[in-house]
Write a protein that binds this ligand. Structure first.
Ligand code: PHE
Ligand code: FE
Length: 276
C-alpha cells in the first residue's frame, strides 16, 4: 500500500512528516533519539504556558488527568504514557508522521489506538502551527483518553467513521469531531469549561472560547452540529456545549444512517450563523 501524506485545508506547504517511515497502517515508532534539546525545550515551554492557563478554563476531568502524561520538562516517551493509559481505559497511543487518511484514522480509533504525531513545532511556530504536532496531540487529546466515558466516545466515533465512509457521510461526521473532540465546551458545576483538544492546546483560544462575548455558544444538537461548517485557520465562530461526557455519549448512540439521509436534503449552516 502506498503511503500518501495528507493535508487538510488549503495549505500550500507540504506536510512536514516523513511518511516513508510509516507502515501500512500509517503508524511509526516514536524515534526518541531524534529529538534535539531544542525540541525538548519547546515542549517544556509549551507545557508550562498551557498548564498555567487551565484553572477555571479547562474541564475538571482534563485537569485531573493531565499529570498522567508524565514528563513536563521533556517530550514524554509514548511507552511510558501507555504503561499508565492501557490499564486505565485500554487505550494506547501510537506514533504517526502527521495527519493520516480517514479510513486508517477511523480504524485506529475503533481499535482504541490514538495516533500521535511524533515531531514538534519549531520555536518560530510556538504560538501557532497549521498542522497538529506532538504537543497538540499529546497535551490536547491524550488526558481525556484516561476518562472512561470520553474514551468510549472516541472509540465509537472511530466505528462511526468507518460506517460514515461507506455511506459517503464523512464530511457530516467530521463536523461532529471538530465541534466535540477538537473544539467542545462543557457546562460544569464551576461554569463553562473547555474539553476540546484544539482549544486546550492553544494559549489564545482557551480563554477566548470560554470567556469572549464574540463567538456563538449553543447546546450541542446532533443535526445542527453536523450541518455547521467550520474554520480551520481562525478561532471558532461557534462552539457547541455539552452538559456531561455521558450526555455526549448517549446523544451519539443512535444509528446515524437515517440522520445522514435527512441531512443530505438540508443546507449547510455558516460557521458564524446566529439564531436557529
Ligand atoms: N452512532 C453513530 C452511527 O451509528 C456512531 C458514532 C458514535 C458517531 C459516537 C460519533 C460518535 O453512525
Ligand atoms: Fe487534534
Amino acid at each position: 500500500m502506498a503511503i500518501e501524506p495528507v493535508v487538510y485545508g488549503a495549505s500550500e506547504r507540504p506536510p512536514r512528516g516523513d511518511y516513508a517511515r510509516a507502515g501500512a497502517d500509517y503508524t511509526c515508532p516514536q524515534d526518541y533519539a531524534r529529538y534535539t534539546e531544542q525540541d525538548h525545550d519547546t515542549y517544556r515551554r509549551l507545557y508550562a504556558r498551557q498548564s498555567a492557563l487551565l484553572p477555571g478554563l479547562a474541564s475538571e476531568a482534563f485537569i485531573a488527568a493531565l499529570p498522567s502524561l508524565g514528563a513536563e520538562d521533556r517530550i514524554p516517551r509514548f511507552e511510558d504514557i501507555n504503561a499508565r493509559l492501557k490499564p486505565a481505559t485500554g487505550w494506547e497511543i501510537v506514533g504517526v508522521p502527521g495527519l493520516i487518511p480517514e479510513v486508517p484514522f477511523f480504524t485506529l480509533l475503533a481499535n482504541r489506538k490514538f495516533p500521535v504525531t511524533d515531531w514538534i513545532r519549531t520555536p518560530e511556530e510556538f504560538d501557532y502551527i497549521v498542522e497538529p504536532d506532538i504537543f497538540h496531540d499529546l497535551f490536547g487529546h491524550v488526558p481525556l483518553l484516561f476518562n472512561p466515558v470520553f474514551a468510549d466516545y472516541v472509540q465509537r466515533y472511530g466505528q462511526g467513521g468507518l460506517k460514515a465512509e461507506r455511506l459517503g457521510a464523512c464530511e457530516m461526521l467530521s463536523r461532529l469531531y471538530w465541534y466535540t473532540i477538537e473544539f467542545g465546551l462543557i457546562r460544569e458545576a464551576g461554569g463553562l469549561r473547555a474539553y476540546g483538544a484544539g482549544i486546550l492546546s492553544s494559549s489564545g483560544e482557551l480563554p477566548y472560547s470560554v470567556q469572549s462575548s464574540a463567538p456563538q455558544r449553543r447546546p450541542l444538537q446532533l443535526e445542527r452540529t453536523m450541518r455547521t461548517r467550520y474554520k480551520i485557520d481562525s478561532f471558532q465562530e461557534t462552539y457547541f456545549v455539552i452538559d456531561s461526557f455521558q450526555d455526549l455519549f448517549d446523544m451519539t448512540a443512535a444509528d446515524f444512517a437515517p440522520v445522514y439521509e435527512r441531512l443530505r436534503g438540508l443546507p449547510e449552516i455558516a460557521a458564524n450563523a446566529s439564531g436557529d
